[in-house]
Design a protein around this ligand. Structure first.
Ligand SMILES: Cc1cc2nc3c(=O)[nH]c(=O)nc-3n(C[C@H](O)[C@H](O)[C@H](O)COP(=O)(O)O)c2cc1C
Length: 186
């Protein structure tokens, strides 16, 4: 069985129709009972209409589909984040419920920020350099590094970043997949 992290990355890269067909398999294989498959059947537009504080005009069409997809996957036990555009220092466009709970930051607090806001004195410089290099050459990277919650408590975060191409093949957004793997301060 592919790890959940890989399964989530794969399904975020599919087109909308294949995503809908794949999702029930992932839910079953990984026992993701919190995922609402009825919501998964709704159109991206309907899903986003119900999202608090969401302004459709502030995001592109492909971001809209990706955000709706993250809403459907919002309770899976890994955080998902969407950032972009890369040339504007990758501000957060969307972060799932799990990511907000993991970091203690609300979506409103995260939106527009670069996720280096989670870093602090103990954050590993090598891991930051690895992420920076991946972003520079548009390649997927996975690192483990110390991050800090909104309340100042640190946690070990396993982060994968994945470049996402737009309709014309250029990189428009980045996907982040995050998991807290240790919480020694709690
Ligand atoms: C989609 C995405 C998700 C990211 N998630 C995190 C994260 O959870 N924690 C973190 O410390 N850095 C994260 N980063 C990395 C920082 O945003 C930044 O790219 C990194 O610190 C290297 O750039 P810098 O040297 O300019 O800070 C993420 C980056 C991207 C593109």
């Amino acid at each position: 069985m592919a790890p959940l992290r890989d399964a989530l990355i794969d399904c975020m890269l599919l087109d909308e129709e294949r995503f809908r067909r794949r999702l029930p398999d992932i839910v079953e294989t990984h026992n993701l009972q919190s995922v609402d498959l009825e919501l998964a059947d709704e159109s991206p537009t309907d899903i986003l209409q119900d999202l608090d504080g969401f302004e459709p005009s502030s995001v592109t069409a492909s971001e809209r589909e990706r955000i709706a997809r993250m809403v459907r996957l919002g309770t899976v036990p890994l955080g998902l984040t969407l950032t972009g555009p890369a040339y504007q220092d990758n501000p957060v466009r969307y972060a799932t419920q799990t990511f907000q709970e993991m970091t203690g930051y609300s979506l409103a607090a995260l939106r527009g920020e670069n996720l280096r806001l989670l870093q602090g004195p103990a954050t590993d410089a090598d891991a930051i350099a690895t992420l920076q290099e991946g972003i520079d050459i548009w390649e997927q990277r996975t690192v483990e590094l110390w991050n800090y919650r909104a309340d100042g408590k640190r946690f070990r975060n396993r982060v994968t970043i994945v470049p996402l191409t737009g309709p014309d093949g250029s990189i428009t957004n980045w996907l982040g997949v995050q998991k807290a793997i240790d919480t020694p301060d709690t």
